[in-house]
Design a protein around this ligand. Structure first.
Ligand code: FE
Length: 181
């Protein structure tokens, strides 16, 4: 159980300095996204999904300018595939769906699209753009749809340069609590 905790800490320690077009590093982004979820009283599962939602970004080696290079790294699928070895669907599925949730929110509300960071707007086009009416309905029927949308909201908030948050160690128990052998 503590193996996965250490594994996640190592990945963040080694690769968390990456940026992917935002003004915060991946580690800062993960910690901020989780901290906002906590602050807004989300469940432990949503908080942990927030912490790990971009895990796939840390594990591909396509470089930090993938979106600028016109490549969709499909980091949400990669992250979910790796996490599903150690975590239940309530953690894995919101991670898998957090990009779909962005496409969903863009399809629902054009104002949401305008509020996205430039980097998120750029990657949106590579990810398929806003959902169509049919796609919106289908997405709403997914059992983890609501959690995915919640994670997405905090994901969008967690891009504040210099924000103070608890460190990764603050989540060791939470990671261990959800980890399945
Ligand atoms: Fe993110």
């Amino acid at each position: 159980m503590s193996e996965i905790v250490d594994q996640i800490s190592t990945v963040f320690a080694e690769k968390g300095h990456r940026h992917y077009g935002e003004n915060v590093s991946e580690l800062e982004h993960a910690l901020q996204t989780a901290a906002f979820a906590r602050q807004f009283g989300e469940s432990d599962a949503v908080v942990l999904a927030c912490l790990l939602h971009d895990y796939g970004h840390l594990l591909h080696n396509l470089g930090e300018t993938v979106a600028n290079d016109g490549i969709d790294a499909q980091h949400e699928e990669l992250g979910a595939e790796l996490l599903q070895e150690n975590f239940p669907p309530e953690i894995v599925e919101p991670v898998r769906l957090h990009v779909a949730a962005k496409r969903y929110l863009c399809g629902k509300d054009p104002k949401y699209l305008e509020g996205l960071s430039p980097s998120s707007q750029l990657s949106l086009q590579l990810q398929g753009g806003p959902m169509t009416a049919d796609e919106l309905r289908e997405f709403e029927s997914h059992p983890h749809f609501e959690a995915a949308v919640r994670v997405r909201r905090y994901d969008d908030m967690g891009k504040v340069p210099g924000m103070k948050t608890p460190g990764l160690d603050a989540y060791r128990e939470l990671i261990a609590e959800f980890a399945v052998l």
